[in-house]
Design a protein around this ligand. Structure first.
Ligand code: UTP
Length: 408
């Protein structure tokens, strides 16, 4: 992009401060900044002026969940359907590993974190080991697509290489990168990270399919005949991936999407709960749970919003192409953003100082007409690592691993 064009773009969005140091930059730095301006969507920044009105919710009502007794009854039938789909190459898995993992407090990608006590057990390793169980059961490799971001791509790809993919077949592993979004102060002014670079943050886990399209991965998927994609988060070290019974249940019930859920441990637990919103499947976030929703009961007298999502979904590829053509809601999240102060000195803030802008995978569910919430045994499949200690932490995950016979 030429200087004049970049200037007009910045002026249009009230971001001319980005050029504060332009005259001091080297030729290479000038070019890098102009390119970043060309690739940045500044429109999102203005959204923070009216962030309270951004995502109005519809009418929330309970959704039916496939619970454990029903699953046990049909386990054999569903597992067979799921294994057939895997064997015939119809199932792929997508690991969302583009997040910053700021709560864990490590600068490295979350997946390279070692949770072992007497030996090395990396988060990525746990996920691959879980997948290998299914590979052995199905006697077929499952294509694995790994999303990284600008902030962690290099470290993630070289880590996998260095560790020989933890025994996974590298021919079935494809990396792709998600997009970044500008990060701003509370007035929507983009921060500068360097004199030649605006502060950016990964644009949330909702852009994964668009990024797959951009990287040509979707073409590969279609060529290979993959029809279903099991999307999962990096931080749940116990989750079953490409779980044949879950896949079979989603296919057998002709659901557009399957969502693994766990029984909540308290009405106000910090997980999103499955529901219907204006009659379509949706997720109500924990901070949106009113007293009324927390106390609501279903026909059996059980809490009506009692099943939390664990970020493990099975999407149909062709539906994802339709969703990709739509605009998902924008979420504005407070965050600690490194920036240059008025004197051009770098600052690493200790408390949140601005916003990052994200789209979320959970919003994709609401674009579909049907969803199968599928219950899994909480202590067997839900050990998320968000923090170092306390709830959803390395400590709590270690306990759960031990409970499940996984040596650390
Ligand atoms: P989280 O919501 O826990 O975010 O991500 P995070 O960035 O990893 O961690 P914090 O909030 O900074 O501590 C849930 C899942 O979505 C992925 C993460 O890697 C994780 O698997 N994710 C999140 C992305 O792939 N990209 C993003 O932009 C954000």
């Amino acid at each position: 992009m030429e200087y004049q064009e970049a200037y007009s773009k910045l002026e249009k969005y009230g971001q001319l401060h980005v050029f504060k140091y332009y005259d001091d930059l080297s030729g290479y730095e000038k070019e890098a900044l102009l390119e970043q301006i060309a690739n940045t969507d500044f429109e999102v920044l203005s959204q923070c002026q009216h962030k309270e009105e951004l995502n109005p919710r519809g009418k929330i009502t309970p959704i039916e969940v496939m619970q454990l007794p029903e699953i046990e009854e049909k386990r054999e039938e569903y597992t067979k359907i799921g294994l057939d789909a895997i064997k015939t190459g119809k199932v792929g898995a997508v690991l969302l590993a583009g997040g910053m993992g700021t709560r864990l407090g490590s600068d490295a990608p979350k997946g390279v974190y070692n949770i072992g006590l007497t030996k090395e057990v990396f988060i990525f390793q746990r996920l691959i080991e879980n997948m290998l169980d299914v590979v052995r059961q199905a006697d077929a490799w499952i294509p694995l697509y790994i999303m990284t971001s600008d902030k962690n791509h290099e470290t993630t790809t070289s880590f996998f290489k260095e560790k020989d993919y933890f025994g996974y077949n590298p021919d079935y592993v494809t990396f792709f990168m998600q997009d970044m979004a500008p990060a701003s102060d509370y007035d929507g002014k983009v921060y500068m990270e360097e004199k030649w670079k605006m502060s950016t943050s990964p644009n949330g886990n909702g852009g994964w399919f668009l990024s797959m399209m951009k990287w040509g991965v979707v073409d590969k998927i279609k060529e290979a005949g993959v029809e279903w994609l099991n999307v999962f988060a990096v931080d749940n070290v116990l989750q079953r991936i490409a779980d044949p019974c879950f896949i079979g249940a989603t296919i057998a019930t002709d659901s557009a999407v399957g969502a693994k859920v766990v029984r909540k441990n308290a009405p106000d637990e910090k997980v999103g709960a499955m529901c219907l919103e204006d009659g379509k499947p949706s997720i109500v976030e924990y901070y949106e749970m009113t007293e009324e929703l927390m106390e609501a009961k279903d026909a059996q007298g059980e809490p009506a919003y009692n099943f939390g999502v664990i970020l493990n979904y099975l999407f149909r590829e062709k539906d994802l192409e339709e969703i990709a053509a739509k605009k998902l809601p924008l979420h504005i999240v407070e965050k600690k953003i490194p920036y240059l102060d008025e004197n051009g000195m770098p600052v690493k803030p200790q408390t949140p100082n601005g916003y990052k802008f994200e789209q979320l995978v959970l919003d994709m569910i609401h674009e579909l007409d049907s969803c199968l919430p599928y219950e899994v045994v909480r202590n067997h499949e839900f050990a998320p690592i968000k923090n170092k200690t306390g709830i959803d932490s390395v400590e709590s995950a270690r306990k759960l691993c031990e409970e499940n016979g996984i040596a650390l």
